[in-house]
Design a protein around this ligand. Structure first.
Ligand SMILES: C[S@@+](CC[C@H](N)C(=O)[O-])C[C@H]1O[C@@H](n2cnc3c(N)ncnc32)[C@H](O)[C@@H]1O
Length: 299
């Protein structure tokens, strides 16, 4: 059941400024189960992204929404240099733990992880030293960007964040950014449970609510129920499940408007490709995700 009192996030998560929706630690604790573990990020996802990055000559990646580090780890394991940022210390804690556990591997020893907010990322990025001239690629994946609310009703926050991503790229560098297929969610009223990103059998349910303001859909909240039962408990034969419930909210980016947002910052006369679930747009009738690649113009 959705709460009677409308809340945009789990109780206990602060509601001022640009909130860290993961601050209560609930989603962070079971994120590994939700995404199916970093090893289970779909094979299709790994191949698609690594091929694309290699073909574009990418070496230095800036992961601006690293969360528990799932994408960063995948790229480190595949030979890329990665710097990772996130606004949530509760999520970063898991990335930092992995870096510590794998510190004997050179790639992980050199892995830079810092707390940062997209709204001032270009100026404030902790102790990270950006590569001279900028990154070859910025990635913002896993439906992360949609967490940024539109506080003014004109998407100014969204433009500020995209400008920051543009700024930290080298001329000719690429932004890879995705969002759920909100056009479809708004049309049919429900987000799909499993998809090319998250395919875990630990996802029990996801309930979708849409908030309209003056007839315009302005926020989507997803209520997740994830089976967070500890592996040791399962192996001991105990059948009782530890269900974890959390709520996250998203700005419902329509594809056409998202194209406009990106091209408003990067320009129209630059390469901008959109895939639906890693296939050329139009090949899959209703993809769960749209993935954009847009190039910063050469100086
Ligand atoms: C859905 S998680 C995705 C994490 C990871 N990329 C994945 O696919 O599993 C979204 C992440 O975006 C981060 N985030 C949301 N708003 C942010 C902001 N304004 N600045 C930096 N990170 C932000 C959250 O803290 C969270 O860790």
């Amino acid at each position: 059941m959705v709460d009677r009192t409308y809340r945009t996030r789990t109780l206990g998560v602060a509601a001022s400024g640009v909130p860290d929706q993961y601050a209560d630690g609930k989603a962070a604790k079971v994120w590994e189960f939700y995404i199916g573990g970093s090893r289970n990020r779909t094979e299709q996802y790994r191949e698609f992204m690594c091929d694309l990055l290699r073909k574009r000559g990418v070496q230095n990646i800036c992961d601006v929404a690293c969360g528990n580090g799932v994408d960063s780890i995948l790229f480190l394991e595949n030979g890329f240099k990665v710097m990772s940022f996130d606004a949530s210390d509760k999520m970063l804690k898991y990335a930092l733990k992995t870096r510590w556990e794998r510190r004997k591997e050179a790639a992980f020893d050199n892995w830079v992880i810092e707390e940062a907010n997209w709204l001032d990322l270009a100026e404030n990025h902790g102790n990270a030293e950006f590569p001279e001239g900028g990154f070859d690629a910025v990635i913002c994946l896993g439906n992360s960007f949609a967490h940024l609310p539109d506080l003014t009703g004109d998407q100014e926050n969204h433009r500020i964040a995209i400008r920051n991503f543009h700024e930290v790229l080298k001329p000719g560098g690429f932004l890879f950014i995705d969002h759920r297929n909100y056009d479809s969610i708004l049309d049919c009223g429900k987000a799909p449970h499993r998809n090319v990103y998250y395919n875990s059998d630990r996802i029990i349910d996801i309930k979708t609510s849409v908030l309209h303001v003056n007839g315009e859909p302005t926020m989507i909240t997803l209520d997740y129920i994830v089976d967070g039962t500890d592996e040791k408990k399962i192996q001991s034969g105990c059948t009782e499940k530890d269900l974890s419930k959390f709520r996250l909210s998203y700005y419902p980016h329509r594809l056409a408007k998202f194209d406009e947002l990106l091209e408003g910052v990067f320009g129209k006369d630059t390469e901008h490709v959109v895939w639906g679930d890693f296939k050329p747009k139009g090949e899959i009738e209703t993809p769960a995700y749209f993935i954009h690649m847009i190039q910063k113009k050469s100086a």
